[in-house]
Design a protein around this ligand. Structure first.
Ligand SMILES: [Fe+2]
Ligand SMILES: [Fe+2]
Length: 215
């Protein structure tokens, strides 16, 4: 569990579902050495090591994160994004009522942006030497957010807002976990987090424009 603040939707899920990537207990190397002068770069050694394990592509000797853990974390995020693509897609087509037109259009925009995030995550997984897991059978088990259909426009907006809030805390946790060890993955996660925050903000605005639920 992240910190208990991501809402009941996650709490109600399989309690065995734990994040595969723990936050760092110790300060990062860059935090430890922030006031120490940088060692001069050993260029002959740099050139030598660049010629070793060339099949690993972008993963060089200087990569200091636990690659397996980063890939597992990225696959969890990929599953979450794919479930969000599907939920928003369903809501786009099922939204109805006098307030539905703009909301349905917004659901489609969000669905497409979640697909973009999924593609970015899959690309990074491959760059790190992993395989993106698109298996539909296990998708909802691996996703942090849930696939809730909802029957009214208000319910749909609320469920999407809950999912965005889950994604926001999941990405914050992942960013903290990566620390300074994999700046490219960290930047990717930060850029996705910023979009999830925009999504949540837009949904919160939409929620104020639709009738309150009767139950
Ligand atoms: Fe997303
Ligand atoms: Fe989102």
């Amino acid at each position: 569990m992240l910190d208990g603040s991501i809402g009941t939707a996650v709490d109600q899920k399989d309690t065995s579902m734990k994040s595969t990537f723990a936050p760092r207990a110790n300060p990062t190397r860059s935090e430890n050495t922030m006031n120490e002068p940088l060692k001069p770069l050993d260029i002959p050694e740099l050139r030598k090591s660049a010629r070793q394990h060339m099949e690993e592509g972008a993963v060089t000797a200087g990569y200091s994160a636990d690659r397996g853990q980063v890939i597992a974390m990225l696959n969890d995020a990929l599953a979450t994004e794919l479930v969000c693509v599907l939920r928003y897609r369903r809501h786009h087509f099922m939204a109805s009522g006098i307030h539905s037109h703009a909301t349905a259009a917004e659901f489609l925009v969000h669905s497409n942006e979640e697909q973009g995030h999924a593609d970015q995550l899959a690309e990074r997984i491959v760059q790190l030497g992993g395989e993106p897991d698109f298996s539909p059978d296990s998708l909802t088990k691996r996703s942090h957010a849930e696939y809730v259909e909802g029957t009214t426009l208000t319910q749909m907006i609320r469920e999407n807002l809950v999912a965005e809030r889950i994604a926001i805390d999941s990405y914050r946790h992942a960013i903290e976990s990566v620390g300074a060890d994999d700046p490219t993955t960290r930047r990717l996660l930060e850029s996705i987090l910023a979009v999830e925050e925009e999504h949540a903000d837009e949904l919160a605005d939409l929620l104020t424009q639709v009738p309150a639920p009767s139950n």
